[in-house]
Design a protein around this ligand. Sequence first.
Ligand code: HEC
Length: 409
Amino acid sequence: MTVRRYLVTALLVGSSCLAVACSKSAPDQQGSERKSLAGGEGATCVAPVRTDALDAPEKHAWDLFLAAVHPAKDPKVARGEPDCTKPLGAPGTTSVWETWRLARTEVFLDDGAEPPAWDDMSLPTGYLGTTPDSSLQAGEKPGQTHMRFDPEEDQSIFVDHGGIGETRMNKATYAFIKENCLWSFDGLSRYSKAVFDEKKPPINFPVDSQEVKAVWIEFTPDDLKAGRQKSYYHIVHAGKTYGMTSFHILTKDTPNWFWATFHHRETPDNPDEVKSKFPLPDRARNTVWANYELGGTQVDFTTPIGSPTVLSDYYIEYDFTKSSCITCHASAHGHPEPARGPDGKLVRTPNGGIAAAREGPLQTTALGVPNASAFMKNGKPYFIQTDFLWSIPFRAREERNPPPQRCLS
Ligand code: HEC
């Protein structure tokens, strides 16, 4: 069954994780410590260890989460980097992931043009907000920092359906998209054709690629009076207050990516979630992040005995929680020869969508291994997998102007 409504919708380890430093960590400690030179007592960042993706998936998910939500440096100075001098959950700070590039406005531009350099801040990146300060009184505005979210309809705010989200990508993912001209539908098609013609290797993102998808809920005046927003990472925008409720994480730590999802503890029960028994990491205690729970992880299509794996979030996969991240994302593909009209423009559906985007494997709530035949045409492999990233075929637009010359070779 295909889902209708759609979705209109690190290798951080690096060299800082010296063998000694890692082995010193207590077994239940999260990740390895990256002591900042300038950092005060205890102000450190988590450095996820890539091999944990398979060896200790729940620990790894928490490490990735705490690294992503760590206070960021000023993005105008060092975009997408943690500020290890600040402790996790410091009131008034912006999380690292929010300084990554926003897929909708900063990567896949409306005119299909090449987006600017990673640290360019000239495109709309979202709105300001902040980590809550529990000392604030109800209704009182917290000190504004750089926190961002995407308030466009059908993007990051949950209303009554899933398939939404605020998608952001880290520098490695962005660099790969730039390098391979994958920011437009045409660019993806050209690359797909080159793979089909065996002139380019399959799309294969670097191992330090990461993407996230967040969803927020709006608080009612009664919620605000009761101080409900204080347990959420939240934002005040245009007179309304929103709390971050759900958070998907996707990292290239394993070839078919590492999948994890988190949600606020007040999230209604997801019947398809197996409650995690992994203890709250020590460093999250007494911070706003202690209110978030691991919804689960996924590293394969099936269990070792061949049962399909399921992973979903109550809000992001609202009404289709019996689904599988890895299976649906495996279908994400490029079309090597999308139909074009006499004017050379992509053929459109009656509602204006790109007709070719409907061919090949579709978004699916099927579970288990992908269906190889959906990638074939005339008995031969044809549609080219985008290495599990749906945001490319889903968000990339048609080029209005010719791309840089390097994209045509
Ligand atoms: C039924 C299909 C489907 C399922 C199931 C699904 N997704 Fe997605 N996902 C999409 C589509 C389509 C997009 C592109 C739209 C966007 O960027 O928001 C997307 C985007 C994303 C992104 C942004 C990165 C990208 O380029 O794809 C992340 C991260 C993500 N999903 C994580 C997850 C996780 C984690 C799960 C499981 C808990 C999951 N998804 C389940 C269809 C699905």
